[in-house]
Design a protein around this ligand. Structure first.
Ligand code: GAP
Length: 442
């Protein structure tokens, strides 16, 4: 099978309208990307799938949507002001900046080749800061763009406990933007300065944290299987002592084999009572939880599941891509998206335009809109139209012909197998729904 390279993915994403470089007409902005018509559908579908999986399918997980900007003390309490930094060095000749732990400081500069050595490593905070209100230059009104969505959840812990009927153990889930002033932003949308996270903080009784840590590890890796991601592309990586974030007692990454190698996709962290205790200390508010059965009062421990949404888009694109050699030697590029994630679920394609066939096809496409994301295309040879749909990962194509007028049936073509079957129009929705439910990658 032909290798999936980042160049091929970037090219397909641009060509088909999944992802564009930010501010491209001005030469682009490093580490920022825009999601085009198909990309935004794919990203929203991944988000919706996660949301359903992490909130609606549980009776003890609720949602939240906190503001990106928060009181600056949040980031002092969370430890991000003091600890959220990377060691950086600058080349003394070209001034290019590198993460000290990612290059060999005894070798020439990777940018200009100079042997003039680097500056001493300095800690460089990854948070973007700005000033609230019209006065700048004064540290009193400094605020940060959140580097993780999690703190919005911790800061609202008391609100959620008081205003909903949650009882420990329970979770709060949130999807939203986060920002980090990353120095190394190569590899397309893998590591960017603006990205989206899908996070869930699960609050448990102290002492029960290890049990729930195991539960969420298993639950999260199984989720990717449901999403249709190949199992052999996923693995766990446990953090060593020197990898653990400042808030973590234990942590596992779920890694995916991206085109550039195995890399983190999601983190599962045992955060203990670190965050709630620190917010209680810095805010002066009581953030304990009262167990109304045992009358015990305690600060809950937290298990966090933290997945990158934009990084998941790259994972789904990488896993779906295939250049398949067909009988006869032709090659088709096909994206094997899970039907629930595909930007277009059903394409409706009339085989001829005349004799009312195109109008009939348009009517069928309109009928399907209520249930699926659809696309109508009447231009070009049918083989080329199929190829276009394969390349954007449309799982079902419906063709309309003269027979449709006679017996009210259409041809349904499956993307992965290219099998074609005849289906009555009246049964089309239920046949597609069933195929969606039973989908396994072919
Ligand atoms: N609240 C915990 C936390 O933020 P993290 O391991 O720093 O943990 C969690 O980030 C996930 O967020 C990562 O596994 C990754 O998917 C995503 N992520 C982190 N930094 C990112 C970046 N610069 N660009 C894209 N995604 C990023």
């Amino acid at each position: 099978m032909a290798e999936v390279t980042m160049e091929k993915l970037v090219s397909l994403c641009k060509r088909r309208g999944f992802v564009y470089q930010s501010s491209e007409i001005y030469g682009g902005l490093s580490g920022a990307w825009d999601y085009g018509p198909l990309g935004v559908e794919l990203k929203n579908n991944i988000k919706d799938y996660w949301w359903k999986e992490m909130t609606r399918l549980h009776d003890n997980i609720v949602g939240l949507d906190a503001a990106i900007m928060m009181h600056p003390d949040v980031w002092k309490a969370s430890g991000h002001v003091d600890n959220f930094s990377d060691p950086m060095v600058d080349c003394k000749v070209c001034k290019a900046r590198f993460r000290a732990d990612q290059i060999d400081l005894n070798k020439p500069c990777p940018n200009c080749g100079s042997k003039e050595s680097f500056t001493e490593p300095r800690q460089f905070n990854l948070m973007f800061s700005t000033h609230l209100g019209p006065v700048s230059g004064d540290d009193s009104n400094i605020i940060y763009l959140r580097p993780e969505t999690a703190q919005g959840i911790f800061a609202n812990f008391k609100n959620v406990v008081q205003t909903s009927r949650v009882k420990i153990p329970f979770g709060i889930a949130q999807v939203g933007k986060a920002f980090r002033n990353e120095i190394t932003t190569k590899n397309f949308i893998f590591r960017t300065v603006e990205f989206e996270q899908m996070e869930m903080q699960f609050f448990v009784k102290p002492g029960e944290d290890e049990k729930w840590f195991e539960y969420w590890k298993e639950s999260r890796i199984n989720y990717y299987d449901k999403l249709g991601i190949r199992k052999d592309k996923l693995r766990f990586h446990r953090h060593g002592e020197n990898e653990l974030a400042h808030y973590a007692k234990d942590a596992f990454d779920i890694e995916f084999e991206f085109p550039m190698g195995w890399q983190e996709l999601e983190g599962i962290h045992s955060r203990t009572d670190f965050d709630l205790s620190r917010h209680a200390e810095f805010s002066g508010k009581d953030l304990t939880y009262l167990d109304d059965q045992t009358r015990e009062r305690f600060i809950p421990y937290v298990i966090e599941t933290s997945a990158g949404l934009t990084r998941s888009v790259l994972m789904v694109l990488s896993d779906a891509y295939e250049e398949e050699t067909l009988e006869g030697g032709d090659v088709r590029t096909v994206m094997h998206f899970h039907p629930e994630l595909a930007p277009v679920t059903v394409a409706v394609l009339p085989l001829v335009k005349k004799d009312g066939i195109a109008d009939l096809a348009k009517d069928i496409e309109k009928e399907l809109r209520g249930d699926f994301s659809t696309f109508y295309d009447q231009s070009g040879a049918i083989g080329r139209r199929y190829r276009r749909m394969d390349e954007i990962g449309t799982p079902y194509c419906v063709t309309i012909d003269y027979q449709t007028k006679d017996d009210k049936t259409v041809t349904l073509r499956y993307r992965d197998s290219m099998e074609q079957i005849r289906v009555p129009i009246a049964e089309l929705t239920s046949v597609i729904r069933k195929a969606n439910k039973e989908y396994r990658r072919g």
